[in-house]
Design a protein. Structure first.
Length: 310
């Protein structure tokens, strides 16, 4: 089942036909399937994929100016439907498919097997944040109270991360894994503000639920290149990110409780600081799975709040 992309420009340019292949790359370089020779288009800007169930997805390929669907910038593979407006820089296209993909109940169960795997390399800053003394808290207050905490905490943490233009990768128990693409609009203060706000609402939730001690969080922020995509096999594909930068972020976060720290930055993240260097203390960490010691920089939420207003 083919589809077309129709230019919104006047006079209109000839439409692009999506047919005879499964993937279509868009960019400024002549090797792309569809070429846009505008300065705001990256050499490899975006890709459209057709899946076995005839559904089309669009993926940004780490472009400088971003790919937008109906006005929202995308960072994950995004399904396309007839009438959707795709914006690549200043170019707008209308996606049109003759008939919608048809999925039977059986095919819905096996959708993971049909989906084309996609992996994309991205430069990101990663935030791992979790609730300190969570295991002890669970044993003290019981499952019902813990369930209330986690349900509300997940909702509020998601809103906070989106407010500061980040993306939630996943929740793992009492921890959240989020990331920010390193792009023109990226600024480390957004990540630091998100971490501070999550700590603030965690304390407020603890008071609201009358927990026996003030709740606090630990936060680790690490930067690097990761692989971002819908990874997995046998029907269990899940959009996620993998790479050493993610592993180090989790290891650093574990040090916040082990070493009575609140916020730890990785080396590459610390190098992005444009100011506030004086509130961070350099420290060498021995991390599980790393042959060499890892340099980090720690601070407290109180010191961070004096430097960055939220």
């Amino acid at each position: 089942m083919s589809a077309i992309l129709i230019f919104k420009t006047q006079p209109p340019l000839p439409p692009w036909h999506l047919r005879n292949q499964r993937t279509f790359r868009i960019g400024r370089h002549p090797e792309n399937d569809f070429v846009l020779q505008e300065s705001w288009i990256s050499r490899k800007h975006a890709m459209i994929q057709q899946e076995s169930n005839q559904q089309y997805h669009i993926i940004d390929l780490g472009s400088a100016n971003g790919t937008f669907v109906n006005g929202t910038r995308i960072v994950t593979p995004t399904p396309l439907h007839t009438g959707d407006i795709i914006a690549l820089g200043k170019t707008e296209l209308i996606f049109t498919q003759q008939s919608a993909p048809k999925l039977k109940s059986a095919s819905l169960q096996n959708l993971g097997d049909e989906t084309i795997a996609f992996v994309n390399k991205q430069r990101v800053t990663i935030l791992v944040c979790d609730i300190h003394r969570y295991t002890e808290l669970s044993e003290t207050v019981g499952n019902e109270q813990i369930s209330k905490l986690i349900l509300d905490w997940n909702k509020q943490a998601t809103k906070i991360i989106h407010k500061y233009h980040g993306q939630v990768d996943k929740f793992i128990g009492d921890a959240v894994l989020a990331f920010w693409l390193q792009e023109d609009s990226y600024h480390l203060d957004k990540v630091l503000s998100a971490a501070m706000t999550i700590n603030k609402i965690t304390t407020e939730l603890g008071k609201k639920l009358h927990f026996p001690w003030p709740l606090t969080t630990g936060a680790a922020i690490n930067s690097g290149t990761i692989m971002l995509g819908n990874l997995g096999v046998d029907g269990s594909r899940d959009f996620t990110m993998v790479g050493d930068a993610v592993n180090v972020a989790f290891r650093l976060e574990s040090q916040t409780e082990a070493n009575a720290k609140e916020v730890i930055l990785g080396q590459k993240t610390y190098e992005q600081l444009q100011q506030h260097h004086d509130i961070f203390t350099p420290q060498t960490f021995v991390l599980k799975g790393k042959n060499d010691n890892v340099q980090g920089y720690s601070t407290t939420f109180k010191k961070l709040a004096t430097a960055i207003k939220i």
